[in-house]
Design a protein around this ligand. Structure first.
Ligand code: NAG
Ligand code: NAG
Ligand code: NAG
Ligand code: NAG
Ligand code: NAG
Ligand code: NAG
Ligand code: NAG
Ligand code: NAG
Length: 620
């Protein structure tokens, strides 16, 4: 890593102007504080604080400390004064972080390479070329601009590094200007150039010490993978999918990579996608076949792709995505991993966050898909529990507003309509021009949609590729409470430009600071993770070629002593380090995918029965 030589410009100082941000001091306790490493200390306040800061944030502070203690190498920090930074960190943070850091270091080696070594001992070796497609937010973004204001950031990561943190603290305006796309074109603003980092480095670690894909890389390497037969297809997750091709020719590159891998190894590729990567791949499969896309024809996928391993995919979006763009909420929104969250939450107000999220059209691809048919109506939802008082289907609740028609409770469809009605035209245009969130009920509709790129992320409006020998593996975590519906109210701050914010003061019954939790992996709701894999793709119109789908649910059984949850976590991101997941990835890559058993432990079958989407009569 390069070190920072230049001086911080403009005499910027760590700012405390966020003190007046209305939501600054909120500390929300999540229901699963049991995973917190400090639980055993039995100190409630500290537990709350730690959870709020999150394991990663702990690492952040630990990083600062480490600079002093030589625990960690942080070359990118350059010449910022540690004291300045520590000043802006919350009280109590530093000592908690020290403990966390220690916990992480003790736990970090829990089974690096072990899974690979075990399998290797059983004779499992590399077979198919592997392409990894990371999720939203976990890919680093580097500046390549050379204008005056960008030069200082040349080839620094303005997302996913200590440089990001530094820029957020010292040059917030500059950082915002770089990170937000142009509202009208959805591309880089004039004079700014941010590109996804490339290679394995793009997504192995988010910041020093915080692994994302690294454990998978370690294990793959152990059975014989290296840069000649594996590849990280990193993308700029801020862009709408169509613009990934327009600006970066991402899909063209991916297509040619896979073709080359096939030519050189004579083996079809195994694709491993995480989170939003599932949607990117789903889009790619349409694109690659379509005449208005890659032009590969309907048999391209059959010819070049052996399997698609889809980890924690959010094919039907994540409920969390909605409050992010609606009101800048970010209780670890949509897999925003905690480091980023920490920075964004601490240094940016909600109003600024709304603006930033909306100016990243890629994030909006995670708005929930399927409307009320999947997510429920005003009185009922497929995943409601017996005896539930207020249905999950009532997605946005306005408790304190009696009768006033301006604030009626909203279902999923109404909430999206509310979002359209209240947001700026450029955002609405970006959304409507890029994505579609509905349901197609007939084969004719589904087939017609193959021509419409806006539908290509939506598995309820388009079909799987016509690749009868393709295998899809859906691996996802279950059993971690996940945001399912919300209580909203007027913002407390009368000067806020936001019309509504989450009523974080409301905690009663099952409402936790204005949020009602349901089932999922902590980020993606069970309905989104499970519906297509367990039901949707059994329907002829969505899977006419009969692609084989295997589901393996992984219950969240975190190790409380490990900040990242240890070898049995089901958490959306940390699952990438889970032993059983690594084991399965290696088996599929090695051509032993058939050894994996179908494993469904959640209630998804029951919920899927209730979803209001049915097979057409002629295929029943
Ligand atoms: C590796 O194999 C040993 C013995 O078969 C087993 O005890 C251990 O749990 C395995 N480790 C992993 C990470 O799978
Ligand atoms: C960039 O910097 C140069 C020299 O410092 C200056 O002359 C020029 O006006 C600057 N350009 C802009 C657009 O600020
Ligand atoms: C919601 O859907 C349920 C189940 O189909 C139905 O019984 C109920 O009448 C619907 N409620 C409304 C308000 O449409
Ligand atoms: C709720 O009802 C009361 C009495 O009818 C009314 O004064 C008040 O303005 C209402 N509140 C809202 C937010 O509509
Ligand atoms: C919205 O739902 C809440 C319960 O979640 C209820 O208390 C409130 O009266 C409802 N508001 C309207 C306008 O129906
Ligand atoms: C949004 O606007 C449309 C058209 O004016 C209206 O029919 C719809 O009810 C509005 N949606 C909400 C949630 O207010
Ligand atoms: C608040 O509502 C107004 C009027 O509907 C709308 O113009 C404005 O954009 C909304 N603000 C936000 C942040 O959505
Ligand atoms: C990927 O897996 C998720 C569950 O993790 C599922 O919701 C989604 O439908 C899957 N998508 C594909 C294309 O396999």
């Amino acid at each position: 890593m390069a070190s920072l030589r230049h001086r911080v410009p403009g005499g910027a100082k760590p700012t405390d102007k966020r003190e007046d941000s209305p939501d600054k001091a909120e500390v929300r306790l999540a229901p699963d504080t049991k995973i917190v490493t400090t639980k055993q200390r039995g100190n409630k306040r500290r537990n709350g604080l730690i959870f709020f800061l999150g394991g990663l944030v702990g690492l952040l502070a630990a990083g600062f400390l480490a600079q002093r203690n030589d625990l960690l190498d942080l070359p990118e920090l350059g010449d910022i004064s540690m004291d300045n930074l520590i000043d802006v960190l919350p009280a109590g943070f530093v000592s908690d972080a020290r403990d966390l850091m220690k916990g992480e270091r003790d736990a970090v080696s829990y089974d690096s390479f072990q899974v690979g070594l075990n399998l290797s001992a059983q004779g499992i070796t590399a077979k198919h070329p592997v392409v990894m497609v990371p999720g939203v937010i976990s890919t680093g973004l580097e500046s390549w601009g050379t204008t005056n204001s960008s030069r200082q950031y040349f080839r620094k990561r303005l997302w996913g590094s200590w440089s990001m943190m530094r820029a957020l603290v010292l040059d917030q305006e500059g950082w915002k200007k770089h990170i937000m796309l142009d509202k009208y074109t959805g591309l880089d603003p004039p004079g700014i150039k941010l590109r996804a980092a490339q290679g394995f480095d793009a997504a192995d670690f988010f910041i020093t010490g915080y692994w994302i894909w690294n454990k998978i890389l370690e294990n793959l390497a152990t059975i014989g993978y290296d840069p000649t037969n594996s590849f990280t297809a990193a993308y700029d997750w801020r862009l709408s999918y169509a613009n990934l091709e327009v600006r970066d020719q991402y899909f063209t590159r991916l297509m040619s990579y896979i073709e080359t891998a096939y030519k050189t190894s004579n083996k079809k590729a195994v694709i491993v996608s995480h989170s939003m990567g599932a949607q990117v791949m789903f889009y790619f499969f349409h694109w690659v076949a379509a005449p208005n896309g890659g032009g590969g024809g309907d048999d391209w996928v059959e010819k070049y792709v052996d399997s698609w391993i889809n980890i924690s995919g959010c094919m039907l979006g994540a409920v969390k995505g909605l409050p992010a763009v609606l009101s800048g909420e970010m209780k670890d929104t949509a897999q925003l991993n905690e480091f980023a969250v920490y920075g964004l939450e601490k240094f940016l107000s909600r109003e600024e966050r709304v603006e930033i999220f909306r100016a990243m059209p890629g994030i909006s691809s995670m708005l929930p898909i399927g409307g009320d048919a999947v997510w429920g109506n005003a009185t009922w939802a497929p995943d409601d529990l017996p005896g539930q008082k207020v249905s999950y289907g009532q997605l946005l609740n306005f408790k304190h507003y009696n009768g006033s028609s301006e604030y009626k409770n909203l279902t999923m469809e109404e909430s999206l309509s509310y979002l359209y009605n209240t947001s700026e035209q450029w955002y609405v245009d970006q959304l409507k021009g890029s994505y579609s969130h509905g349901v197609a009920h007939t084969t004719a509709e589904v087939e017609a949609n193959e021509k419409d790129p806006r539908k290509w992320i939506n598995p309820l409006e388009t079909r799987l590729p016509l690749a009868p020998s393709l295998k899809i593996y859906c691996f996802y975590g279950v059993g971690k409470p996940t945001e399912r519906s919300y209580y909203y109210h007027h913002p407390e701050n009368p000067f806020s430009s936001l019309n509504i914010t989450i009523d974080t003061g409301l905690t009663q019954d099952n409402i936790d600071h204005g949020v009602i939790l349901g089932e999922g992996d902590g980020t993606v709701n069970l309905l989104s993770a499970g519906y297509m894999c367990n039901r949707g793709w059994n329907m002829h119109r969505y899977n006419p070629a009969g692609v084989k789908i295997k589901v393996y649910e992984m219950p969240h059984e975190p190790d409380r002593f490990s900040p990242r949850g240890g070898p049995n976590t089901g958490d959306h991101v940390d699952i990438l380090g889970r032993s059983s997941l690594n084991d399965m990835i290696l088996r599929v890559a090695a051509g032993h995918g058939d050894e994996i058993e179908h494993n469904v432990v959640s209630n998804i079958e029951t919920y899927a029965d209730r979803v209001k989407i049915t097979e057409e009569p002629e295929y029943l």
